[in-house]
Ligand binder design. Structure first.
Ligand code: ADP
Ligand code: MG
Length: 377
């Protein structure tokens, strides 16, 4: 890593920082509605090898990028100033300054094993690796939560993606062996023990390797639909709507907004249910909650796709306790909760079904709950 850095930047780095991708167990499209989420951090990380520069230049290179060094003055950073992949790390630096932290330049070399665009949040991992490096390089007084919020601000206002806070909060705040139960309204969080191996279970992640193009515009439209429904219901956010008041709310809303609201309300309830089941170590009951979450994303929210629907259906048929898409949707990955001995058969069954359907070969791995962003070298 040091050698690669020196080849690109002609000097030795100061250190290496890691920020993980994530899978979300349940609570999808709830974060921008002030709701609940329950992610775990993956062992797959973006590594940022870095050194500080005191001449105001920000130089960025990625082993998975375009083979070019992006070289920009921190003082010149503004939304639209950096195109392509480098906008994500530049966004973190811009957002630090916007948030009142006076920071200058750096050389940053990225190398990642988080699949990009696979619904595992490589973008937040990239941003959070920058935040972790800058915090140490510039001795900033920032905790993990503040770093996550600054990274989110960068993705929202510099890159222009209207994401909620889950991905950055997961990449920064998750801890080893636990799922992060996060209330995105006030950012209250609790680390919920998540040790599947001790119970003879595995979390299988299956990356369908498809990303449907309609995703970006559709995400913004869904978010706008939720905000319109909340306004019509005189609520600050859909989070405030509880399940018992759902029927009455649905009566008051135009037909096209009803399913969106139903998903958000039932999904928030599923997160609370999942946390209670994890606390009780009742994994057999957790499975159907995950699968119900997928049905809601497919039938009410409309963000699944034939590939994720097939993977979920086949995984459950082949012995998973439950399965669902994870991430924003329109492709990406699914998770399946499986008894250890069913791990390979479930992965093989999905592979066979994809081959038969003429889809790309999916990629599978098992996930355990890992730590959030940190210095590693
Ligand atoms: P996800 O966050 O689910 O992986 P996104 O579309 O939000 O998908 O982010 C993917 C984008 O992040 C890529 O198109 C690329 O611009 C950037 N990205 C992610 N990982 C890397 C990397 N290792 N090197 C360069 N750019 C990356
Ligand atoms: Mg992303």
């Amino acid at each position: 890593m040091t050698t690669e850095f020196e080849k690109v930047f002609g000097a030795a780095p100061t250190g290496v920082w890691a920020a993980p991708g994530r899978v979300n167990l349940i609570g999808e499209h709830t974060d921008y509605n002030d709701g609940f989420v329950l992610p775990i951090a993956l062992r797959q990380v973006v590594l940022a090898t870095a050194r500080r520069r005191d001449d105001g230049r920000l130089r960025l290179y990625s082993a998975q990028g375009d083979g070019r060094v992006t070289d920009v003055l921190v003082a010149d950073l503004k939304p639209g100033a950096v195109a392509g992949w480098a906008a994500y790390p530049a966004a973190g630096v811009w957002a630090l300054n916007e948030s009142g932290h006076q920071v200058g330049g750096a050389d940053l070399y990225f190398d990642s094993d988080v699949p990009s665009g696979g619904g595992l949040s490589s973008s937040a991992a990239l941003e959070c690796s920058v935040l972790a490096a800058y915090r140490d390089l510039y001795e900033l007084d920032l905790d993990q939560r503040q770093s996550a919020l600054i990274a989110q601000r960068g993705e929202n206002d510099f890159v222009g993606v209207p994401c909620g806070s889950m991905d950055q909060m997961a990449s920064a705040c998750c801890t080893e062996g636990a799922a992060l139960f996060l209330d995105t309204r006030d950012l209250a969080q609790r680390q919920v023990p998540f040790d599947l191996a001790a119970r003879g279970l595995r979390l299988l992640v299956i990356d369908t390797r498809v990303k449907h193009d309609l995703g970006d515009g559709a995400y913004a439209a869904l978010r706008a639909g939720c905000e319109r429904a909340a306004a019509l219901l005189d609520l600050p956010a859909l989070r405030e709507l509880t399940a018992d008041r759902l029927p009455e709310a649905l009566d008051r809303l135009p037909a096209e907004l009803g399913p969106l609201v139903r998903h958000v309300v039932t999904e928030n309830a599923r997160v609370l249910q999942a946390v209670a089941l994890l606390d009780a170590e009742d994994f057999a009951a957790l499975g159907p909650v995950l699968t119900a979450g997928h049905a809601s994303l497919r039938d009410d929210y409309g963000v699944s796709c034939p590939e994720t629907d097939l993977a979920v259906a086949v995984a459950v048929e082949a012995g998973a306790l439950g399965a669902r898409m994870t991430g924003g949707g329109f492709g990406g990955s699914i998770i399946a909760l499986v008894p250890e001995e069913r791990t390979s058969p479930v992965a093989a069954a999905v592979e066979a079904a994809f081959a038969a359907a003429g889809y790309l070969a999916p990629r599978s791995f098992t996930a355990t709950a890992c730590a959030g962003s940190r210095r590693v070298g």
